[in-house]
Design a binder for this molecule. Structure first.
Ligand SMILES: NC(=O)C1=CN([C@@H]2O[C@H](COP(=O)(O)OP(=O)(O)OC[C@H]3O[C@@H](n4cnc5c(N)ncnc54)[C@H](OP(=O)(O)O)[C@@H]3O)[C@@H](O)[C@H]2O)C=CC1
Ligand SMILES: CC(=O)N[C@@H](CCC(=O)OP(=O)(O)O)C(=O)O
Length: 344
């Protein structure tokens, strides 16, 4: 397969390169830039990545059309303009940004503060939550890869909401992310001096992933509800830990919740249901495409605590994007992604 990556020098792009470089079905990887045309990748990243020594190419349609797969790992507001002319022109398009996830254009514009992509393009996009949308992903010309937080949250909540085991009317979600989630451009809150030895809440009740999670609860669990979702910045590079709280439906036990998760994901290699809360942390999945999920019921309050951990750059971005590519080309979903987490 010939693959192109737009946004190759960003964190999502680097992770796409890390995995695609060893992907057995990929024999060419071209890298594209909007600002550093002609720069050799190795000169930008030095000896660290001398194995990838292709020049960064200018983004031009007649070049982009020639790929089997084109990954776009760019800030929101870029692919809404870049991709429409490419839809159906040849390459399978897999977009890591949020530009094609929300079907309601007004909602995208309200939550992202950006102009929405054309309606006909948004309607053609398929939401790339692999374990929940495999059939549509297989045929899709444009995949909207999920956001990092929604990936962790939805994998843990969708089975329990769909089977009506927890009450979706009172979903409270508390999510924590490493700093790489913000991308490779430091800001006032993400640069070392302010992020290190601090634990910050941000976008209180205003995160752009709120409509994405609510849309997916409706799409896959057939529940129309509103959620309380808040995000926090943790002084670590990688990782997302999402903790969700919900009332358990009357008569439902912790064992039933665990069995529901295990049954849902028994054939899905990257989602692991754990039963021991001790040591469930982001280092269990760091650098890998795994999502580890734990559910505990507090018998005093009859509320469930549902914990989900992923690597924001892998299962939350590049890994899930490649998992979707594997589905599209009838490859085992683990192809090129079968790595052991870093742990330390
Ligand atoms: N970081 C994460 O954990 C996750 C990020 N995402 C989403 O994935 C996308 C990429 O994220 P991430 O890699 O972290 O972001 P980065 O900021 O690290 O990288 C963005 C890349 O986009 C390129 N770029 C910037 N502006 C333009 C433009 N106008 N046209 C084309 N390319 C442009 C830049 O490279 P150059 O200047 O060379 O063009 C840069 O390499 C974002 O939409 C993000 O929200 C989704 C899930 C998780
Ligand atoms: C730590 C941090 O800043 N994380 C980013 C996640 C970016 C992302 O995945 O969001 P979209 O793809 O929907 O733009 C955030 O909270 O906005």
């Amino acid at each position: 397969m010939k693959v192109g990556i737009v946004g190759a020098t960003g964190y999502g792009g680097l992770e796409l390169i890390r995995f695609l470089h060893n992907h057995p079905a990929v024999d060419q990887i071209d890298l594209f830039t909007s600002s550093e045309e002609g720069v050799l990748f190795s000169s930008k990243f030095g000896h660290l990545i001398t194995i990838v020594d292709t020049p960064l190419q200018k983004i031009e349609y007649d070049t982009l059309e020639k790929f089997d797969v084109l990954f776009t790992s760019t800030p929101s507001g870029v692919t809404s303009e870049l991709l429409p002319p490419l839809i159906g022109k040849g390459p399978r398009l897999i977009d890591l940004s949020g530009d094609y996830r929300l079907k309601n254009l007004a909602s995208y514009e309200a939550w992202y503060g950006k102009k929405a992509a054309p309606s006909h393009s948004v309607q053609q996009s398929v939401y790339g939550l692999t374990e929940w949308n495999t059939e549509l992903i297989q045929q899709a010309t444009l995949i909207a890869n999920p956001g990092c937080y929604p990936t962790a949250v939805l994998l843990s909540l969708l089975p329990l909401v769909k089977e009506r085991l927890i009450d979706p009317s009172f979903l409270v979600i508390d999510a924590k992310s490493g700093i790489s989630g913000a991308g490779n451009k430091p800001s006032q809150t993400t640069h070392f001096s302010e992020a290190n030895e601090s634990f910050l809440i941000y976008k209180v009740n205003t995160h752009q992933h709120i409509p994405e999670i609510e849309q997916a609860l409706s799409m896959f669990a057939h529940v129309d509800t509103t959620i309380t979702f808040n995000t926090h910045l943790v002084p670590m590079t990688r990782g997302i830990l999402a903790t969700s709280y919900a009332p358990v439906m009357p008569g439902i036990t912790e064992a039933q919740l665990i069995t529901c998760l295990q049954t849902t994901y028994e054939k899905h290699p990257f989602v692991r249901v754990v039963t021991d809360a001790n040591g469930l942390g982001t280092n269990r999945v760091k650098g890998s495409n795994y999502c580890d999920i734990l559910v505990k019921v507090d018998s005093r309050t009859n509320r469930a605590t549902i914990v989900s951990v992923i690597d924001n750059l892998v299962k939350g971005a590049a890994g899930q994007a490649i998992q979707n590519m594997n589905v599209q080309f009838d490859l085992p979903q683990t192809t090129g992604l079968d790595v052991v987490p870093f742990f330390i």
